[in-house]
Design a protein around this ligand. Structure first.
Ligand SMILES: *Cc1c(COP(=O)(O)O)cnc(C)c1O
Length: 460
């Protein structure tokens, strides 16, 4: 039986028409074809299939990088065959990863009197799992009767889905503290009230996925310090800086959110968000080795040599790590700052135009992370933000409209995530397209006009 979108039969095979030397027989899509076809034919068929889906640069839904320089992509394709886990075989690649770990640890102000440790990962999800596991293992160590207890993790309801996964996979209770209309970030007092002896840690988010806003990590740290003075069991902070970790250090170096805060013990970030690398790389850093329990460090010897690894995953191409190192070397601190300021400028331009239209309330004007998040002013309008998304899609823009998480779900927002490849010309195009779409939607009331016309038709 064919029951869902995964299980399919070949009722409509591929008949290659334009390939120079194409196979006579149609090619099945859901079964392995019996024989080879020419490389050019295969590449052509696949390109044709992919050509009509979204244009990555116009995808304002994603935080993930959609542009890298040609030298970077050349370098990355030259190194696709290197497996990042084979650290003995590719010691120079391992050295580049280690340089990245050092660069990032210092960017986040680790103390020279501590011994930081860190690793690359597939992305922030894997990094969050590792940091979450480190918190859970530390809790087990300080809780002799842990077997009879249920550990919990405290985070705002604006968490990214990876934390829900972490909690479900590893039997941790997710204590999501609802954000409020006035405070769309972690309510610090309530977070501490939710803590008890089974709390493995509190997660602060630098760049809430829903809105792009930052949790107040310094305030959280101060409150955690107070809590720890009187509590028998200390609380530690992990910062999920998936998007902010490679943004704030360059444009807001004075913002204290990182290892300068003494209760922040681990931080993750996505290299493929504002680290400016194509998808497939994240980073996890612990301020000191004592915060990464030994049980999470594995020594692999059968590939030759004995090398420490901490990863959930094993094999993975090293090319993304190499791409990350390329960016660090190529842009340096001021290069990152310049690129990010440029993106902020584009975000500010769009925010101003949205204000001028007078139809939207901006929850986030993109002054910290270049993310705009807004609601519609008139709830009685005949069209909704969902309609605006559809309308913009006709011009190629991919912009999501969605409700905020539980406790704020009545608030439907539209969000634009701007990235390095979103320049002034695109900002102009986008705002023109929005203005046009709003005009069309206002006048279109297409449905109601048709109905009116019909009624006139009947009365005449
Ligand atoms: C994107 C994101 C993640 C997941 O990151 P990936 O790199 O896509 O795995 C986790 N947390 C936050 C806050 C994010 O924005």
């Amino acid at each position: 039986m064919l029951h869902d979108k995964y299980c399919k039969k070949d009722t409509n095979p591929i008949y290659p028409a334009f390939c120079e030397s194409y196979p006579e027989a149609p090619l099945p899509k859901y079964e392995l074809p019996p024989d080879p076809i020419p490389a050019a034919a295969a590449a052509r068929l696949i390109r044709d299939e992919l050509m009509d889906e979204g244009n990555a640069r116009l995808n304002l839904a994603t935080f993930c990088q959609t542009f890298m320089e040609k030298d970077a992509t050349d370098l990355m394709s030259e190194t696709l065959a290197k497996n990042s886990i084979d650290k003995s075989e590719y010691p120079r690649t391992a050295e580049l990863e280690n340089r990245c770990v050092n660069i990032i640890a210092r960017l986040w102000h680790t103390s020279e009197s501590e011994n930081f440790i860190g690793t690359s990962t597939e992305g922030s999800s894997e990094a969050c799992m590792l940091c979450g596991l480190a918190m859970k293992f530390r809790w087990k160590k300080r809780t002799p009767d842990w077997r009879t207890r249920t550990p919990n993790l405290v985070i705002s309801s604006g968490y990214q889905v990876c934390w829900e996964k972490f909690c479900r996979y590893w039997d941790v209770e997710l204590r999501a503290i609802p954000m409020s209309r006035r405070c769309r970030r972690l309510p610090v007092q309530k977070a501490l009230e939710a803590c008890d002896a089974n709390t493995i840690g509190i997660v602060g988010i630098l760049g809430i996925t829903y809105t792009g806003e930052y949790d107040e990590i310094a305030l959280l740290d101060a409150e955690v310090s107070k809590y720890n003075q009187t509590s028998a069991t200390p609380i530690f902070i992990h910062v999920d800086a998936a998007s902010g970790g490679f943004f704030a250090p360059f444009v807001e170096p004075e913002l204290v959110w990182d290892f300068r805060l003494k209760n922040v013990v681990s931080i993750n970030a996505s290299g493929h968000k504002y680290g400016l690398v194509y998808p497939g790389v994240g980073w996890a850093i612990w301020r000191d080795r004592q915060f990464l329990p030994e049980e999470l460090i594995f020594r692999v010897s059968y590939l030759g040599g004995s090398v420490e690894t901490m990863a959930l995953n094993f094999s993975r191409s090293a090319s993304q790590i190499i791409g990350q190192y390329y960016n660090f070397l190529r842009f340096g601190r001021s290069g990152y700052e310049r690129i990010h300021r440029n993106t902020l400028r584009a975000a500010a331009y769009v925010a101003d135009r949205l204000d001028e239209m007078g139809r939207f309330d901006l929850l986030n004007r993109g002054e910290r992370l270049p993310v705009l998040c807004f609601t519609q002013k008139e709830t009685s309008a005949r069209w909704s933000l969902y309609d605006l998304s559809d309308r913009l899609r006709m011009r190629g823009w991919l912009v999501p409209t969605y409700p905020l998480p539980p406790s704020l779900e009545e608030c439907v927002v539209q969000r634009f995530v701007f990235r390095a490849d979103f320049g002034a010309h695109l900002a102009e195009e986008l705002t023109e397209d929005i203005a046009r779409a709003v005009e069309e939607l206002d006048s279109a009331a297409v449905g109601s006009r048709v109905k009116k016309n019909l009624r006139y038709g009947f009365t005449h």
